[in-house]
Design a protein around this ligand. Structure first.
Ligand SMILES: [Zn+2]
Ligand SMILES: [Zn+2]
Length: 390
């Protein structure tokens, strides 16, 4: 520990000396002036930001929350705002939203500090902790994702957090995935509560979606149908549960959204929602992540499996998917590669198609079709009537 501590102190001394060299003998704390020496004995973090910068305005409230949490916890931490605002008025207005200290607005000082700490974009958050976090480490992103958990802002801490997420993702243990934010239950559209512990041992589908997304709404309809089929098939075993993880914009939209859902949802107020998006690295909706009855994540492409195989895919295990793939392959191998059908003038070729509509019976088909490339004509293998000359 001696190494980093020594370096941290040196970083801090360098900063305080730089202030002194530039003739800055006080910092601002609200309307008051305080001596820079008041930071001695605390960890100093520099916050480069400006009111005119939209990402800064989005980030600042999150940093305020982090700061307040750490103050309550009694951590010896001070943040010092270094403003890149254009005028005093803007600066003062922005600084009013911050519970920490600021260096007085001074263009020369700004330039020197930006140069010394290699700040070329804002918001920039630089902890003087002796552990040089690189730009690629994206500390701002970490703070947005994890809040006060990132303290003490070292690379080691960031790696720990990533490793914890990875373990949660791989192990898929429900009590660890949910219930960290004080909610130990999920809800149904009628307001019923189900304890997390009651879900252990079931196949779980984590459904990430939102009402504002049309693909998400149409997947809700598709999944509802498949869900009901699986429930009917497994009768009273209830071995599957879907849990909706919402990114609806507000509580009203969320309520509207879950009204049509026959499954459970994480309460809108529960911040676990954000954690799950992060843990499973969900970048687009709709997404369905499947966790097997053994608690291991079995697929992050549940949406694809549901769309391709429907209720047949249950219980979504690797073995089940392999069985289905093998059956489809075998079906294809037993079919001829070309046919001549009395209803069509061209030779039809055997093709694999995830979904199509048969031009004879007008019903949906999947996996295998006999198709004409010239006319965009498709037939179910069972709808083919061979001509006599084959
Ligand atoms: Zn047909
Ligand atoms: Zn044709």
């Amino acid at each position: 520990m001696a190494g980093p501590d020594y370096k941290a102190n040196q970083d801090k001394d360098d900063f305080l000396q730089l202030l002194a060299a530039l003739g800055v003998d006080f910092l601002l704390s609200g309307e008051e002036k305080v001596s820079p020496i008041s930071c001695a004995g605390k960890m100093i973090c520099l916050f480069f930001s400006a009111n005119w910068c939209r990402p800064c305005r989005t980030f600042t409230p999150q940093l305020v929350q982090l700061y307040n949490t750490l103050q309550k916890r009694g951590e010896k931490l001070e943040i010092i705002f270094i403003s890149l605002d254009h005028d005093k008025n803007e600066f003062e207005q922005y600084f009013k939203t911050m519970p920490w200290l600021a260096v007085p607005l001074n263009t020369e000082l700004q330039k020197q500090l930006c140069g010394k700490y290699h700040v070329d974009c804002i918001p920039s958050f630089i902890p003087l902790c002796g552990d040089h976090i690189l730009k690629e480490d994206d500390l701002i992103g970490f703070i947005e994702d994890y809040g006060a958990e990132v303290f003490p802002f070292t690379r080691k801490r960031m790696q720990e957090l990533k490793a914890m997420d990875c373990a949660k993702r791989v192990e898929g243990r429900l009590e660890e995935l949910f219930g960290n934010r004080g909610y130990n239950y999920v809800i149904s559209s009628h307001g019923g509560k189900t304890q997390i512990s009651q879900l252990v041992g079931k196949t779980i589908g984590l459904y990430f979606g939102a009402y504002w997304s049309p693909p998400s709404r149409s997947f809700t309809a598709k999944l509802s149908k498949v869900y009901k089929e699986i429930m009917d098939k497994t009768e009273n075993h209830h071995s599957l549960e879907v849990i909706f993880v919402s990114t609806d914009r507000n509580l009203d939209e969320f309520k509207l959204n879950i009204m049509d859902m026959p499954w459970l949802a994480i309460p809108y107020e529960d911040e676990t929602r954000g954690d799950l998006y992060r843990i499973f690295d969900v970048k687009a909706i709709p997404t369905l992540v499947l966790i097997g009855a053994d608690g291991k994540t079995s697929s992050e492409n549940g949406r694809g499996l549901v769309c391709l195989y429907g209720a047949e895919a249950f219980p979504f295990t690797e073995e089940r998917i392999y069985e289905l793939e093998t059956a489809v392959k075998k079906e294809g191998e037993e079919l001829p590669s070309n046919v001549e059908d009395i209803k069509h003038e061209h030779v039809l070729k055997l093709e694999f198609a995830k979904a199509y509509v048969c031009d004879f019976c007008k019903l949906q088909g999947r996996f295998w079709a006999f198709s004409c490339h010239v006319c965009d004509y498709d037939l179910h293998p069972t709808c083919v009537q061979l001509t006599n000359n084959v």
